[in-house]
Design a protein around this ligand. Structure first.
Ligand SMILES: C[S@@+](CC[C@H](N)C(=O)[O-])C[C@H]1O[C@@H](n2cnc3c(N)ncnc32)[C@H](O)[C@@H]1O
Length: 316
């Protein structure tokens, strides 16, 4: 059998583009594009057919193409995906855009909670080559995939297994994160527009959250995050979250109670700034100002106080 014949019969069974992508993956060299299929239509593929046929059967059974091919593009880069991780979604790229819209130091510290394939954390590490990036997930299997992706993309992300923030030993990490990003499970199975059959191949603990109209995991996360300002805590400046637009107003209210002011909405993404942003500048080793008010934390005692006027930068 040649490429052209394999494709012809595959296209009678699945979507034409999917058939071409499976053929490319099975028969062509790794960097080839679809024009290769036309140029090599006569190429004999008998020896490679078993793999291609296996992929065809999986796709026919409804498995998402990303799992069939074992990869998905996110923010212009390829990531390995397996059924233990959520397939990265185009709408999640907005979270990267929200971060990139911020004025951040040259060496920002990022924390991502619920990293799955690692696509967000790894993208941030690559977009900010001098950053420190820590990323976590509850699922060990997801972390294995994230680790594989990280190694393929410079290996700059520190991966941690943790139930939200509970199992972190923050003594080991920066005490100040410029941005915390989270795309946690938020789908409510009861929503009329949710077709569970479309999501059945993906890990349900990456998608669904029970209770509070899908916001129960975010509720827990925000409660934990609100303790971050404690004396042995970690300081956060910005928070970027993804949720369904129907949940945004509730999530904004929950975040406000946890000490985060809503700054911006972009698609599914929400950007917040911490009201406890107290402005101890670790680089300058001094307190710096925030125009509308100044919060100071004494390093030794952890005591926090307001100062009304602008201080400007104070060297220690
Ligand atoms: C919606 S997926 C997002 C994956 C990836 N960040 C992305 O945007 O494609 C949510 C992720 O959160 C993880 N997760 C769910 N509950 C968690 C928890 N309690 N603590 C940490 N991670 C959790 C899941 O394992 C899953 O990988």
């Amino acid at each position: 059998m040649d490429v052209k014949t394999w494709l012809k019969q595959a296209k009678t069974q699945i979507d034409s583009l999917d058939a071409e992508l499976i053929a490319l993956r099975s028969f062509a060299p790794s960097r080839a594009d679809r024009s290769w299929l036309v140029a090599h239509g006569e190429k004999k593929v008998e020896a490679l057919r078993t793999r291609a046929d296996g992929m065809l059967q999986k796709r026919k059974a409804g498995m998402p193409l990303a799992y069939v091919l074992g990869e998905k593009e996110f923010y212009g880069r390829k990531f390995v995906v397996k059924p233990s991780v959520l397939i990265p979604r185009p709408e999640t790229e907005t979270l990267i855009e929200l971060v990139k819209g911020l004025r951040l130091p040259k060496q920002p510290n990022f924390l991502e909670i619920g990293t799955g394939s690692g696509c967000i954390a790894i993208t941030l590490a690559l977009e900010y080559p001098q950053s420190i990036v820590v990323a976590s997930d509850l699922s060990s299997k997801a972390l294995e995939v994230a680790e594989r992706n990280d190694l393929q993309h410079e290996g700059r992300v520190e991966l941690v297994r943790s139930n939200l923030l509970k199992d972190f030993d923050f003594g080991e990490y920066p005490e100040h994160f410029d941005v915390v990003v989270a795309n946690l499970p938020y789908v409510n199975k009861d929503w009329a527009w949710v077709d569970e059959r479309n999501l059945e191949f993906e890990p349900s603990n990456a998608i669904y959250a029970r209770g509070n109209n899908g916001l129960s995991v975010y509720q827990r996360f925000l409660r934990e995050l609100s303790y971050f300002g404690g004396s042995d805590g970690v300081w956060v400046d910005y928070l970027v979250l993804e949720a369904d637009p129907c949940q945004h107003s509730k999530l904004i209210e929950m975040a406000r109670k946890a000490g985060f002011v809503h700054l911006k909405t972009e698609g599914y993404g929400l950007l917040f700034e911490s009201t406890w942003r107290y402005w101890y500048d670790y680089r300058a080793k001094g307190y710096i100002h925030k125009p509308e008010r100044v919060l100071m934390k004494e390093r030794e005692t952890g005591k926090i106080s307001f100062i009304e006027e602008e201080l400007g930068s104070l060297e220690e």
